[in-house]
Design a protein around this ligand. Structure first.
Ligand SMILES: Cc1ncc(COP(=O)(O)O)c(C=O)c1O
Length: 401
């Protein structure tokens, strides 16, 4: 493995990652970290979704090239084609229709337009952390009065009792939840979702769930928030990037009340106007062929195999990191018992050994690394061994804290 030298010093990088993009808008640490490094890394263990499908693999999922070649490259439907919105609504088990769906460019755009349309300055909102951290950044920019609901060790579960107490006390306008959760890999069971929804009804709190990892549950399946909560008070953000292995399509969506969808549509006029017609066509062809379950199974099977590889390697890494075993998602948290400076560790891993993993600092949890479990198992096995060897060397270079 050749040495790759990062162009930035650790201090420069720290200034960028924890600085601001615009006044009041913090740098989106995780995305910036990845954008700066992911195309150069030789060993990529930073992704949170399963390994992407190729075009030719999509032919096995019913995509017709003949029809694809005939797609006219116009603007298409700005809200997403009727067919795509229909197939997306079907994922929600019949509780919504196509009129409740708007297609966006990734769930990133879905989160952006949802937060922008729901939150005003000084609104009281609750937010589940750690998470992908896009929503907390936007809430800060919009100057919402934000209270954090922290998933904490050892179980990293959603703090349901605290959420209910805070809802009763503050009657927040909205609660932003990322479940199944990135980076902890935990998720709420139906009973917890029901309890939260009952309280939301009493306090008139909008439940905005980023459910982009929905369908990756390794234990009992979890319903969408839309299947549980009062329809006017539930919003689901999701997309094809993570569990379905299609991030390059940039297909995400928001599902919610017709009133909300109509506001989001007007906001989308300001962001990207429409999803790409090619992506819209491919996504509807794939979802139409009943591939949802098949793709979810593909994701779970990759993650299960990689978890087995991880467990088998336990003796090789047990003094280097402790694993927080995930129940969902395609990643795990690794606790580093010998240093809290995980940004320095990931910086050295990248600049000296060309290994990319994510620093806990980007999630507000220094002392942890987020490591991807979505690679094809033989690649994961090799990457993990390389990571373990590199991490052992990095430990030797660092003063203990
Ligand atoms: C929780 C969560 N939401 C949204 C996104 C954005 O994904 P995309 O825009 O590719 O759908 C990510 C990506 O990592 C994520 O982890």
């Amino acid at each position: 493995m050749c040495d790759v030298l990062s162009l930035l010093s650790l201090e420069e990088l720290r200034r960028i990652l924890f600085g601001e993009v615009l006044e009041g808008l913090p740098t989106f640490c995780l995305e910036r970290w990845q954008s700066l490094h992911e195309t150069a890394a030789k060993v990529l263990l930073s992704d949170s979704g399963v390994h992407p499908l190729t075009f030719s693999e999509l032919l096995d999922y019913g995509l017709s090239l003949d029809r694809l070649f005939r797609v006219e490259l116009g603007y298409g439907w700005t809200k997403g084609s009727p067919k795509l919105r229909e197939t997306i609504s079907e994922i929600y088990g019949g509780v919504i229709g196509p009129e409740n769906v708007i297609v966006t460019n990734g769930s990133a755009e879905a989160n952006l337009i949802t937060v922008a349309s729901v939150v005003r300055e000084n609104d009281f909102v609750l937010v589940d952390v750690p998470n992908y951290m896009q929503v907390p950044g936007l809430l800060k920019w919009l100057r919402a009065r934000t209270i954090f609901l922290r998933r904490s060790p050892p179980d990293w579960g959603f703090p349901l009792d605290k959420a209910i107490d805070l809802m009763r006390k503050h009657k927040p306008k909205a609660m932003f939840v990322n479940d199944p959760n990135n980076p902890t890999g935990t998720y709420m069971r139906r009973k917890e979702l029901e309890e939260l929804s009952r309280e939301a009804e009493k306090t008139n709190t909008l439940l905005v769930f980023d459910e982009v990892y929905w369908g990756s549950e390794l234990r009992e399946p979890r319903p969408s928030i839309l299947e549980v909560a009062t329809p006017e008070l539930a919003v689901s953000v999701s997309g094809l990037s993570k569990v379905y292995g299609l991030p390059g399509l940039r297909v995400g969506w928001v599902s919610g009340s017709e009133k909300l969808i109509s506001r989001l549509w007007s906001l989308k006029d300001y962001t990207t106007i429409a999803p790409s017609v090619l992506s819209d066509y491919i996504a509807s062809a794939i979802l139409e062929h009943g591939n949802v379950e098949k793709l979810r199974e593909r994701a779970k099977s990759i993650v299960r195999s990689n978890l087995e590889i991880l467990k088998k390697s336990h003796t090789r890494f047990s003094d280097l990191f402790e694993v927080v075993l995930p129940d969902a998602g395609a990643y795990f948290l690794a606790r580093i018992p010998w240093s809290d400076n995980t940004l320095d560790i990931t910086y050295r891993l990248f600049s000296k050994y060309s290994v990319l993993v994510n620093p806990g600092e980007c999630f507000g949890i220094p002392g942890y690394l987020r490591i991807g479990l979505g690679q094809h198992p033989p690649v994961f096995e090799e990457s993990l061994q390389y990571l373990i060897n590199s991490l052992a060397r990095v430990r030797g270079e660092l003063p203990a804290t």
